[in-house]
Design a protein around this ligand. Structure first.
Ligand SMILES: [Zn+2]
Length: 398
């Protein structure tokens, strides 16, 4: 079926209809009228317009509840969003339906953000084009993208990102929007991961939570009363550069002793390599010989093989992350902390250490009902969150 190009919601009522149906599934017109406190005639008119815009469609008859039969309103079955998550060394894209269920995904195995915006975005565009073509989608309703550095959300550009040479001020949002002829929003990768967990993951019912990504770098998405908090300049939650020691290891940001310089994926790979070369860990030495270079994932597999040095690296890192988070708990009083990102793949030994430090260093009142858990969506958190970011904009009025 030829699909009408979809537009954006035009009125607050349309916006609320789309959001309800996205988050709860098809709803009857009668139900929507009573939830929105408007007449059924108004609902019919607004739904009619949403159908014309290619955003909603008739979802068949609602189960009769004794009164007049009502018709279900559903999101247009042809509605598609795209989420893109660029990490320092990863690239994932996904295509979702209007409810942000993932229909198809793709990844670039050799991604490196340091290749610069033209090359990296070119590769992302090719991945998205292929995904859309494979599924016969002419144009998505919108694209969300997360990048591993601070972002000026209003203008859609990265701002002085420490690990993204060549990206400072590059018009990522506008370049993608021009390429695909659709609305695009750009945000920090940690923020989109937080949105993903909120939409469909472990933070579904959380109101005030922190999403901590431990990847090549370390960052934190801050959700306050169900809304992302970006800060005055878009760099809120940049906890990887909280300084732990004046004379600690050199960080990518140019300072010394940042949390991330002790325990980002890059720092972990560095320490694992040192342990392998010095002969302290036979397992890591063997992995280094096999692969030529070690990553955080290799530390995870060494832990799996019972290597004590690898386990100690995870524990030391967990202790440092936990110590920073304990301070954040005192400051922010979250109802949940979610740990995600590649290094979170170290799993239980890392989580146990983070938990124990937070619970030991924070006041009991602040941690009494505050779970510290691993991300539920794993590798999908960023792409689902990026799709959620743009869907919020497409479903919002005006
Ligand atoms: Zn730093």
């Amino acid at each position: 079926m030829a699909h009408v190009l979809s537009g954006r919601a035009e009125t607050p009522t349309q916006s609320r209809i789309l959001t309800y149906v996205r988050d709860e599934g098809p709803l009857s017109r009668m139900d929507l009228a009573s939830r929105l406190n408007v007449s059924r005639t108004t609902v019919a008119a607004e739904v009619g317009r949403l159908v014309e815009l290619g955003l909603a469609e008739d979802g068949g008859p609602a189960a009769s509840r004794g009164g007049r039969r009502s018709t279900l309103v559903d999101l247009d079955a042809g509605l598609r969003f795209v989420g893109i998550e660029l990490g320092a060394t990863s690239m994932r894209v996904a295509m979702t339906d209007g409810r942000l269920g993932v229909l198809a995904r793709a990844a670039a195995p050799e991604a490196d953000i340091r290749r610069g915006p033209e090359s990296v975005l070119g590769e992302a565009i090719a991945l998205v084009r292929k995904l859309l073509a494979d599924h016969g989608v002419e144009r998505p309703a919108g694209i969300g993208i997360g990048v591993p550095g601070p972002v000026d959300f209003q203008s859609g550009v990265p701002v002085s990102p420490p690990i993204m040479p060549g990206w400072d001020g590059y018009p990522v949002r506008d370049a993608l929007s021009r390429e695909f002829g659709t609305p695009v929003l750009l945000d920090n990768d940690v923020n989109v991961m937080a949105l993903g967990e909120q939409h469909n993951g472990v933070a579904r019912s959380a109101s005030d939570f922190l999403f901590v990504k431990i990847g090549t770098g370390i960052g934190c998405g801050i959700v306050v009363q169900r809304h992302l908090y970006r800060g005055a300049d878009g760099c809120a939650g940049d906890i990887g550069h909280i300084r732990l020691e004046q004379d600690g290891p050199l960080c990518a940001c140019g300072n010394q002793g940042c949390l991330e310089a002790f325990f980002g994926g890059a720092a972990l790979a560095r320490d694992a390599t040192t342990a392998a070369r010095s002969g302290r860990s036979g397992v890591l030495a063997q992995l280094l010989e096999q692969r030529g270079a070690l990553t955080a994932a290799d530390v995870g597999s060494a832990i799996g093989q019972g290597d004590a040095v690898a386990l100690q690296l995870a524990r030391d890192g967990g202790r440092r992350v936990g110590s920073v988070l304990a301070n954040l708990v005192s400051f922010f009083n979250p109802d949940l902390i979610v740990i995600g990102g590649g290094v979170a793949g170290l799993g239980h030994s890392l989580l146990a250490e983070i938990r124990s430090v937070i619970y030991r260093q924070s006041l009991p009142l602040a941690t009494g009902n505050m779970p510290v858990v691993l991300s539920e969506l794993g590798g999908d958190a960023g792409v689902i969150g990026a799709a959620r970011l743009i869907s919020d904009a497409v479903y919002a009025a005006g």
